[in-house]
Design a protein around this ligand. Structure first.
Ligand SMILES: Cc1cc2nc3c(=O)[nH]c(=O)nc-3n(C[C@H](O)[C@H](O)[C@H](O)COP(=O)(O)OP(=O)(O)OC[C@H]3O[C@@H](n4cnc5c(N)ncnc54)[C@H](O)[C@@H]3O)c2cc1C
Length: 223
């Protein structure tokens, strides 16, 4: 669930991606993403397919809990102008939960579960599966694949090209379903981010790309 909020004042101070792993939301997290023109994307969500659920399963309450407990989110919502309502949706993840093909049909995008577990990144992955589906449809219409081989060939290409990365994100999500693992990861996160998150000292949060990335988090987990 997320909403958009505008604050020119905070936008001058905060240019970092902020993630809060809080015990009350675990397994899940809250976020603040600065965007253009002083607009922030503020949201929270939890992992429905994790080994455990947060104490409160209602996603509006999960969002409320994030805002109440994360000082920066509390400050932002108190000062910023809301742009529209909070909105949310379930995300289908891990390349699981759907048949990927049947005669006459190829399934791509989120219908195929093409969003990453835990990070919820789905736009690029939906495009990748769409491109793969289009390439296989092209091969069918140009006679390289038949009605019988089209579906299996598409499924195999998804398994080879994408499945290992999805498995890595799924593993990361399982780890991040436990507060102790979240504490471990945040303890290893760059100091600038921790200061911003813990104390709301937004002036010290800088250069998010260099300080924090999902791939860095995955590497930390793997280590
Ligand atoms: C709150 C939230 C935040 C997110 N944040 C990010 C993010 O920061 N980065 C990121 O990469 N991803 C993010 N995602 C995930 C991302 O939105 C999805 O992974 C992505 O949109 C999937 O693309 P898609 O084209 O497969 O499906 P969709 O974007 O869901 O498109 C499917 C379309 O099909 C239409 N449709 C459905 N049924 C029919 C029908 N019968 N006939 C005709 N049309 C139909 C729907 O109306 C819709 O427009 C977020 C998702 C949510 C819910």
């Amino acid at each position: 669930m997320r909403g958009y909020f505008r604050s020119e004042t905070l936008a001058r101070e905060l240019d970092a991606l902020c993630i809060s792993f809080d015990r009350s939301i675990c397994p899940g997290y809250g976020w603040i993403f600065p965007g253009p023109n002083g607009v922030f994307n503020v949201g929270a969500g939890y992992f429905f397919d994790a080994p455990r659920r947060p104490a409160v399963g209602n996603v509006r309450q999960v969002f409320a809990s994030f805002v109440e407990r994360f000082p920066l989110a509390r400050q932002l919502l108190a000062e910023a102008e809301p742009l529209g309502e909070l909105k949310g949706a379930p995300l289908r993840t891990a390349l699981k939960g759907a048949r990927l093909a049947r005669p006459g049909l190829l399934v791509a995008g989120e219908a195929a579960g093409s969003t990453y577990s835990f990070s919820g990144e789905g736009i690029g992955k939906a495009l990748e599966t769409g491109i793969l589906a289009a390439e296989h449809a092209f091969d069918f219409f140009s006679g390289k694949l038949t009605a019988t081989t089209l579906g299996p060939a598409y499924q195999q290409s998804l398994a080879e090209a994408l499945a290992p990365r999805f498995a890595a994100y799924e593993t990361a999500q399982q780890w991040l379903s436990y507060p102790v693992a979240c504490d471990f990861i945040t303890a290893r996160a760059p100091r600038t981010i921790r200061q911003g998150a813990a104390g709301g000292a937004v002036g010290r949060v800088r250069r998010p790309r260099r300080a924090f990335s999902w791939s860095g988090l995955l590497k930390a987990l793997a280590a």
